[in-house]
Design a binder for this molecule. Structure first.
Ligand code: GDP
Ligand code: MG
Length: 459
């Protein structure tokens, strides 16, 4: 994979172990924190930077936590990255290791930092970026979670990129627990059409698991001018959305079914009407994001928006077909979905469902393998007799297989069978290594000279 990862490269240079967990008080991201391109469109296809994904999601402090994934998607140059940077300010302030008493919005004259906004060098790239800092929090008394922020880029402006943008939109919707669909001025029929793929997928997934496949879809309408029709904020947004998603007898059947299916695909659909931010934001070439240049109405709504999406009581943990997933499972889902989208055409909803089932089964395999390896590592700290080791292996293997069997899996029993076989074979493979290790330990205990000889061969 040849990604031109200038952003990541720069980040790598500055990254020092543990630094990304350091929190500065206030709203200024730690120097080392940056936007990391996870999925980039290059040379005609999408490439996933698995190393970057694993670096953040498989981090010791993160991997076993349930995840909240908030993504913002929609057309280019409509203020997505701009608003995400306010989300970042709130997250640093609220979930930082040193919570501060000051206002999360920060000082009036501070330039806005974070995801690159105003176009700039990234204007022509299409892809998905993640903020390198994963925010850790404990909600509902003892649920440990990790919060991940996703930005998307796509131009939506020429025939050749429509497919790419649809993929970016689809991938980010699949991967997030909250998909903020950023729109300008209104919700048009076209905007709803983008959700068609999900509505078909949803129908299939529901037949399969009986659960609603996706979680929260949140229409964020920017530059809302029709306050006589509905007021700014979430309440006005809900009223407006209800009208937009209403199924009417005079609508053509296609419009009716899109609306019905969208509603049945997402467990929650919200809408927020955002005021115009002011002419300095939209027209002043020197505008750097400082609060003093932003209209009061916008800032008031921004407070409401951020609380409604990101305050501890409103955070939504990522689920796949009704099951909560952990940060490390997310790696698997990313891989399966990116490969489902690697073809020339948009995948059929059927293949999306297969990708979901694959990732779900592979996650169950890896959780079971971890049970086996953790226990065996502990047991093998001391030398065991050959029979003793086999007995421990058999017992631990049964436990791991039971864990796999008891997990509710997407795709049904038949689909799972090949993953169960893979699990058994992986365990047997691990066992051979434990056995070898144990034998070496035995020879060290009984004849140190021989053991040294073995090491000499290996190194
Ligand atoms: P993105 O491509 O959707 O990520 O857009 P950016 O966040 O890079 O913002 C593009 C431009 O839109 C910037 O010049 C912002 O100042 C401006 N902008 C930010 N928020 C808004 C908004 O709510 N309305 C309008 N009209 N412009 C905005
Ligand atoms: Mg952007």
């Amino acid at each position: 994979m040849t990604l031109s990862r200038s952003c990541l490269a720069e980040f790598e240079e500055r990254f020092q172990a543990g630094d990304h967990r350091r929190m500065l008080s206030g709203d200024i991201p730690a120097e080392a924190d940056a936007a990391v391109p996870l999925i980039v469109y290059e040379e005609g296809k999408f490439a996933l930077d698995t190393a970057a994904l694993e670096k953040y999601l498989l981090h010791e402090d993160v991997k076993d936590r349930n995840v909240v994934v908030l993504s913002v998607a929609g057309a280019f140059r409509k203020g997505k990255s701009f608003i995400l940077n306010f989300f970042l300010k709130y997250l640093y302030h609220t979930y930082g290791s040193e919570p501060v008493e000051t206002d999360w919005m920060g000082a009036d004259d501070q330039p806005l930092k974070g995801f690159s906004w105003r176009g700039g060098s990234e204007r022509d790239t299409t892809g998905i970026l993640m903020w390198s800092k994963v925010f850790l929090a404990t909600i509902k008394e003892d649920e440990k979670i990790a919060i991940i922020l996703i930005d998307t880029q796509g131009t939506f402006d020429s025939g050749s990129t429509v497919r790419e943008c649809a993929i970016v939109f689809a991938l980010s919707t699949l991967m997030s627990s909250i998909q903020v669909y950023n729109l300008s001025q209104n919700i048009q029929e076209d905007d709803l059409q983008h959700l068609q793929l999900f509505s078909d997928y949803g129908k299939l997934a529901m037949l399969d698991s009986g659960k609603i496949p996706f979680q929260k879809l949140y229409f964020l309408v920017r530059d809302w001018f029709y306050t006589y029709e509905a007021a700014y904020g979430e309440k006005g947004g809900q009223e407006f959305l209800q009208k937009r998603l209403r199924v009417l007898p005079q609508q053509v059947p296609e419009l009716q079914s899109t609306r019905r299916r969208i509603k049945s695909c997402f467990s929650e659909i919200g809408c927020f009407l955002m005021p115009f931010p002011g002419t300095k934001v939209t027209s002043n070439p020197h505008f750097d994001g400082r609060l003093s240049d932003i209209d009061e109405d916008f800032k008031t709504s921004l407070r409401e928006l951020v609380t409604s999406l990101l305050s501890p009581e409103n955070l939504l943990v990522k689920e796949m077909c009704g099951q909560k997933i952990k940060a490390r499972d997310l790696v698997q889902y990313f891989q399966s979905y990116v490969s489902a989208f690697s073809g020339e055409e948009l995948p059929e909803p059927k293949s999306l469902l297969a990708a979901t089932a694959e990732a779900n089964n592979l996650s169950a395999v890896s959780a079971a393998k971890e049970i086996y390896s953790t226990q065996m590592e502990e047991i093998c700290k001391n030398h065991l007799t050959a029979q003793g080791l086999i007995a421990e292996h058999t017992r631990t293997k049964i436990e791991a297989l039971e864990d796999f069997n008891l997990k509710r899996k997407i795709g049904g029993e038949e689909f799972s069978e090949k993953y169960r076989i893979k699990l058994e074979s992986d365990i047997e493979h691990m066992f051979l290594q434990f056995k070898q290790h144990n034998q070496m330990k035995g020879s060290t205990t009984h004849a140190p000279g021989v053991a040294l000889g073995i090491f000499a061969i290996f190194y």
